[in-house]
Each structure stands twice: as structure tokens, then as C-alpha cells.
Write a protein that binds this ligand. Structure first.
Ligand SMILES: [Zn+2]
Length: 432
């Protein structure tokens, strides 16, 4: 009877254009070696997880479960089940800068092409065990992230749960491509929405929110100094107008900031997260902690850029910029800031998001701390802790499993064997 119901629903869905057909979930009994729930630091052996209708229905010893008829058993020998991982700083519309420079991507790649690339990137991300992304700007691809998010939600393409920032906001003549480095008089496409003045800044927030932005992102500073130094771009009044307008209509705010002055101005304007933050002084980091501002260090992007343009070789001497961002990370860790997993993926290959938790462990976090940063802590930063980020009854069934135990050895995150989002299996071991 039940089967017929599913079939009828699926056919109905197909009749209405194929929407939701992929969303039909069922009952699954997941049997890994260990479960890391996100509620403690160590993984526990002997636990199983029951999934019903896209949600986590039970966590415990499998012999205590009342199993529904027709439940599908998925054995995950040798693996640890974790909450689906979260990356809070992604750019699905970018690909690595050693393949094509940022300027060339924004200037020469058509938006349609970039959307197709984004779909490919979304799939690679999901299959790597990352079931949620906060995408922080399309970098010149307008509102295309709204459509990619919709296509994922409707099951047209495979991808993570998306929280999006659409175009992002920058000060006039301060981002790119150009005007610096280009002949004057060119009308260049821009990597973000440029604003001049408080009214213009408020208008941009309202426009972006109305078009579908879940978060508002602005650039507090950029390389605008006479010799390309990173200096604040927007005024304090513009930053405050952005934050107040966004908060009034229920959108949290992320600030790109690399200089100490830029980070401090963004915090004082009331932002919710700081992105990068490499130049932040100890005093500024203390202020962030005091105000409850979360920090996304993007260590991998800094290393990748070092590799592309500054002769850095993995395992070798870090570049000066890497040294600076690593110093800030260690300070933030010592001072007890809320640190989330945000990699700036897009600068490096989508699907390699595991590189950021690895960096965080290399620089002093325990593997469990890095896992928390990519699960329950990240969900709290997103204000989605009641839906995702832990393995607990009632939360959405966003899950991943990795060979070995990432809570004791973070490089296990490279070996994903199982991915489920919203109760739908996207990756599973071959059944014997
Ligand atoms: Zn970024």
C-alpha cells in the first residue's frame, strides 16, 4: 500500500515537471562502526541511526529500535558516521585561480556557463560529505545562486543545502575587475554590487534580500592603498547602514576583512561573522569575542594563493601572508573566539573542502574541535542548529560517513564512503 502511495506521489511529481521526485525519502537503518554525534568529542561504537522521512528518528543500539517494515539497512563497516559537514565560506561560481585568474573568470566566462560549472561544483561538494554551504557571493554572476539553490531544492541537480549572499556589496571603484590596472573609460562587469553612500548601501541590501539573499556580505576593506595595501573601503556609516538594514529584515551579515582596521570597523558596525581576518590584532580579536562575532579563517585559500602565485609548496616554508593568517588563527583559538569552518573553496577545487579542517588541526585545534567547527558550531553560526549540525532525533537527516575516525585523525575526512541529505542517499558503499 505504502509502496503504491510513493509511486503515485512520484508519478504526480513527474507530471508536474519532475519536481520533488528525487526528494522522496524512505526508512534507513545506518550501521557504521562508530557514530560521532557532534554532542561530545569522541565517537561512540555500537550505535546505529534510524532515518524516517528525511529526519533522524532514532540514535542508539539497533536492538532497541522498533524497525518499520521495508526499512533499508546500510552497513558502513570501518566507518564513522558524522553529521553532514558544513563549509561557511564557499564560492560555487569560482574555480581555482591557477586554472583561470579571477579577473578572467569574471570578464570572460558567460553567466550561463558559470551556472553550469556551479552545478558541477555543487555535486562534487555534496559527494565529499559537505551537505551545507554558505555561498558568499557569485563574483559577477549576479543572482545566479538563487537559481542554483532552487534547482538543488527541487532535485533538478545534486548539491548541498545552500545559504546564499547573492551579489555581495563593495565600495565604489574599490573591488574588481579594475578600474586599477585597466585603461580608463572601460565599462567593466563587476565582481560585486558597488555602493556609494548610506542610501545606496541600504538600497543594495534591500535589493539583494528581495532577490533571495539569506545573508548579506560586504567587503570592509580591499587592496585600495597607494601601493595596493589593504585598507578600509566603506565608511563606518555605510557599514552600519548595511548591518542595520539587513538585521531589520532578518538577514545576518558577513564581512570580508583582512586589515586590523577593517575587522574592527566591521565588528563595531555589528556584523555577525568576520571572513579571513588575517591582520586582526589581539585587541580586535578580543572585541570580536566580546561581541559574539564568529570567525571564518579561510586558511586553505591563503595557502592555495601562496601556491599559485608565491612559490609555496605544501609542507614547505609558509609565505608571509600565510604566516600572518596562521598567527591570527592561533591567537583566536587561544582567546576562545567562536571559529567556524570556512575555507573560501572556489579559490581551490570544490570537493576538497576537507583541506580547511586539516589546516585547523595542523595549526592547533584537536580533530574534534575541527569537526565541531564544521558541524554543530557552523550550524549555530547559521542559526540552523535546530535543523542541522548534529546527529540527534528530530534533526534533518544530513549525514556523512568516513573510513576510520575523523574525531581522532582528521585526514579521515578525505575518505568519504556515505552521504545522505534530507534522507536521500547520494553516496553509499557498493552492496555485496
Ligand atoms: Zn570568499
Amino acid at each position: 500500500m505504502r509502496q503504491w502511495l510513493w509511486l503515485a506521489m512520484a508519478l504526480l511529481a513527474l507530471g508536474s515537471g519532475g519536481r520533488r521526485a528525487l526528494a522522496a525519502g524512505g526508512d534507513f537503518l545506518l550501521l557504521p562502526d562508530r557514530v560521532w554525534t557532534g554532542q561530545a568529542d569522541t565517537a561512540e561504537a555500537g550505535l546505529a541511526v534510524l532515518v524516517h522521512d528525511g529526519a533522524i528518528a532514532a540514535v542508539g543500539r539497533p536492538d532497541t529500535f522498533a524497525l518499520p517494515a521495508g526499512v533499508r539497512r546500510i552497513e558502513l563497516p570501518g566507518a564513522t558516521l558524522t553529521p553532514g559537514l558544513i563549509d561557511l565560506h564557499a564560492h560555487l561560481f569560482l574555480h581555482p585561480y591557477d586554472e583561470r585568474s579571477w579577473n578572467d573568470q569574471v570578464l570572460t566566462e558567460a553567466q550561463d556557463y558559470r551556472s553550469l560549472l556551479a552545478a558541477k561544483h555543487a555535486r562534487a561538494t555534496l559527494l565529499a560529505g559537505f551537505t551545507t554551504l554558505r555561498d558568499l557571493g557569485t563574483e559577477g554572476a549576479g543572482y545566479a545562486d538563487v537559481s542554483v539553490k532552487r534547482a538543488i531544492e527541487e532535485g533538478l541537480i545534486a548539491g548541498p543545502r545552500l545559504y546564499i549572499a547573492t551579489r555581495a556589496i563593495v565600495a565604489g571603484s574599490s573591488y574588481g575587475p579594475g578600474p586599477r590596472g585597466f585603461r580608463p573609460g572601460l565599462d567593466l562587469p563587476q565582481g560585486a554590487q558597488a555602493v556609494n553612500g548610506v542610501d545606496d548601501a541600504m538600497r543594495a541590501v534591500r535589493e539583494q534580500a528581495a532577490h533571495g539573499a539569506d545573508w548579506i556580505k560586504f567587503y570592509a576593506d580591499y587592496r585600495v592603498g597607494p601601493n595596493g595595501e589593504t585598507l578600509p573601503t566603506l565608511s563606518a556609516a555605510e557599514m552600519k547602514a548595511i548591518v542595520d538594514t539587513a538585521h531589520q529584515i532578518g538577514r545576518p551579515v558577513a564581512a570580508h576583512a583582512g586589515s586590523d582596521a577593517g575587522v574592527r570597523m566591521a565588528i563595531e558596525a555589528g556584523v555577525d561573522t568576520i571572513e579571513h581576518g588575517d591582520g586582526a590584532s589581539e585587541a580586535t580579536l578580543r572585541l570580536a569575542r566580546q561581541r559574539g562575532v564568529a570567525w571564518l579563517p579561510t586558511l586553505t585559500a591563503v595557502a592555495a594563493i601562496g601556491q599559485y602565485f608565491d612559490h609555496y609548496r605544501p609542507g614547505g616554508e609558509p609565505t608571509p601572508r600565510m604566516r600572518q593568517s596562521q598567527r591570527a588563527f592561533r591567537d583566536a583559538l587561544r582567546l576562545g573566539l567562536v571559529i567556524g569552518n570556512g575555507s573560501d573553496v572556489g579559490v581551490f577545487a570544490h570537493g576538497d573542502n576537507w583541506r580547511e579542517p586539516e589546516w585547523m588541526v595542523r595549526l592547533g585545534m584537536t580533530p574534534a574541535q575541527a569537526l565541531h567547527a564544521a558541524t554543530d558550531v557552523a550550524a549555530r553560526i547559521l542559526r540552523q542548529q535546530d535543523r542541522i549540525g548534529r546527529i540527534a532525533v528530530g534533526l534533518r537527516a544530513d549525514l556523512a560517513a568516513f573510513e576510520g575516525d575523523p574525531a581522532s585523525s582528521i585526514d579521515a575526512l578525505r575518505k568519504v564512503v556515505f552521504v545522505m541529505k534530507e534522507g536521500v542517499v547520494h553516496r553509499a558503499p557498493a552492496t555485496p
